[in-house]
Ligand binder design. Structure first.
Ligand code: NAD
Ligand code: UDP
Ligand code: UDP
Length: 336
C-alpha cells in the first residue's frame, strides 16, 4: 500500500488535543451547597474531569442535575468514612455536614466524617500522589478572643461541647493534613471558610441566612437568636468557589481564611432581609443554642497577598440572588 492511500494523519492540533493531559479532580461532598457550585466552576474547564463522591446526607443529586450523563463527569454514592479507590490528580475534600442542626444530629458520625474521612482522603492522596484541599472552617477559632481572626490565632474552642464534633473534628482534620504533609510529603491546601450563603442552601437547614430568607418569603417572623448583637461575616458562594480554586492552584499550603470581612449583627441581618424581601414580617427574639460564638470576622490579608483574592459580592447584592432561588423552590412568586 502506497503511503498516499493511508488515512490522513491527525493534524498537529488534533494530536495535541488527544495527548493533552486532562486533570482528574475528586470533589467529596460535591452534591452539597458549596460542592455543587465548585463542580459547576470546575466543569467549565474542558480539561477537567470531575468525580463527585457523596453519601447524600445533606446534599442532593438535584444540585448536580445538569452534569449527570456528561462524559467528563461521574457521581458516586460513597461515604468517606469508608476507604475509596480512585485515580485522581486533585482532591477537594468538602464532605461534612456544615449546618449546626445537621452536624449535631449525629455528632459521632460528624467526628468520624472529619477524622476518618479526612484520613482516608489523605491515604488516597498519598497512594496516587494527588494534591488535596481541605475545607476547614472559621469554627476552628471557636468563640474567638481576637478580632478579626488571623490564621495565626489558635482559637478558643470548647473540647466537650455540643459543637465540638464539628469544631474539634475540623481541628484534627487540619492536624492530619499537616502530619501527612510533613511525614509523607503530601501536597496540602487548607481553606478556613467563613459563613457562606447562596442558591442551593438547604431551605430548612437552620442556618441564619437560609432561615431568614425562607421566613421572609413565607411571611413568618424572622427568628433572631438572643442577644442578636452576635456578629457573622457572610461570603457569597461564587466568591468562595473562586477562592478555593485559587488556593488549590497556588503554591501555599495555608491555612488561609476565605470569607467576606463585611461584619453584621444578626439583628442587622434580619433588618436587611426584612427591607429587601418582605417589609411586612416581624422580627422575634428567640432563645439561642449553647456555645454560640459572639463575633466572627475573617482577617483576609493572607488571601489578598498570597492568592490575589478578595470577595466581590456584597451582602445586599447576594441576598436577592438567593431570594430568587428560594422563591422558585418554595413556589412563592414575586407578587405575593
Ligand atoms: P453541605 O452540607 O451542603 O455539603 C456537605 C456535603 O457532604 C453534602 O452533600 C453531604 O451529603 C456530604 N457528606 C456529609 N457527610 C459525608 C460522608 N460521610 N461521606 C460522603 N459525603 C458526605 O455543606 P456546605 O455548606 O456545602 O459545606 C461544604 C464544606 O465547607 C464542609 O466541609 C463544611 O464544613 C465547610 N464549611 C462550610 C461553611 C458554610 O458556611 N457553608 C462554613 C465553613 C466551612
Ligand atoms: N485509603 C483509601 N484509599 C486509598 C489509600 C488509602 O481510602 O487509595 C485509606 C486507607 O484505607 C487508610 C487511610 O486511607 O485507612 C490511610 O492510609 P495510609 O496509607 O496513610 O495508612 P495505612 O493504610 O498505612 O494505615
Ligand atoms: N441565628 C439566628 N436565627 C436563626 C438561626 C441562627 O439568629 O434562625 C444566629 C445564631 O445564633 C448565630 C448566627 O445566627 O449567632 C449564625 O448561625 P448559623 O447557624 O447560620 O452559623 P454558625 O453559628 O455556624 O456561624
Amino acid at each position: 500500500q502506497s503511503p498516499s492511500k493511508s488515512p490522513p494523519l491527525p493534524s498537529p492540533l488534533r494530536f495535541s488535543k488527544f495527548f493533552q493531559s486532562n486533570m482528574r479532580i475528586l470533589v467529596t461532598g460535591g452534591a452539597g451547597f458549596i460542592g455543587s457550585h465548585l463542580v459547576d466552576k470546575l466543569m467549565e474547564n474542558e480539561k477537567n474531569e470531575v468525580i463527585v463522591v457523596d453519601n447524600y446526607f445533606t446534599g442532593s443529586k438535584d444540585n448536580l442535575r445538569k452534569w449527570i450523563g456528561h462524559p467528563r463527569f461521574e457521581l458516586i454514592r460513597h461515604d468517606v468514612t469508608e476507604p475509596l479507590l480512585v485515580e485522581v490528580d486533585q482532591i477537594y475534600h468538602l464532605a461534612c455536614p456544615a449546618s449546626p442542626i445537621f452536624y449535631k444530629y449525629n455528632p459521632v458520625k460528624t467526628i468520624k466524617t472529619n477524622v476518618i474521612g479526612t484520613l482516608n482522603m489523605l491515604g488516597l492522596a498519598k497512594r496516587v500522589g494527588a494534591r488535596i484541599l481541605l475545607t476547614s472552617t472559621s469554627e476552628v477559632y471557636g468563640d474567638p478572643l481576637i478580632h478579626p481572626q488571623p490564621e495565626t490565632y489558635w482559637g478558643n474552642v470548647n473540647p466537650i461541647g455540643v459543637r465540638s464534633c464539628y469544631d474539634e473534628g475540623k481541628r484534627v482534620a487540619e492536624t492530619l493534613m499537616f502530619d501527612y504533609h510533613r511525614q509523607h510529603g503530601i501536597e496540602i491546601r487548607i481553606a478556613r471558610i467563613f459563613n457562606t450563603y447562596g442558591p442551593r442552601m438547604n431551605i430548612d437547614d437552620g442556618r441564619v441566612v437560609s432561615n431568614f430568607i425562607a421566613q421572609a418569603l413565607r411571611g413568618e417572623p424572622l427568628t433572631v437568636q438572643k442577644p442578636g448583637t452576635q456578629t457573622r461575616s457572610f461570603c457569597y458562594v461564587s466568591d468562595m468557589v473562586d477562592g478555593l480554586i485559587r488556593l488549590m492552584e497556588g503554591e501555599n499550603t495555608g491555612p488561609i481564611n476565605i470569607g467576606n470581612p463585611g461584619e453584621f449583627t444578626m439583628l442587622e441581618l434580619a433588618e436587611t432581609v426584612k427591607e429587601l424581601i418582605n417589609p411586612k414580617v416581624e422580627i422575634n427574639m428567640v432563645e439561642n443554642t449553647p456555645d454560640d460564638p459572639r463575633q466572627r470576622k475573617p482577617d483576609i490579608t493572607k488571601a489578598k497577598e498570597l492568592l490575589g483574592w478578595e470577595p466581590k459580592v456584597k451582602l445586599r447584592d447576594g441576598l436577592p440572588l438567593m431570594e430568587e432561588d428560594f422563591r422558585l423552590r418554595l413556589g412563592v412568586s414575586k407578587e405575593n
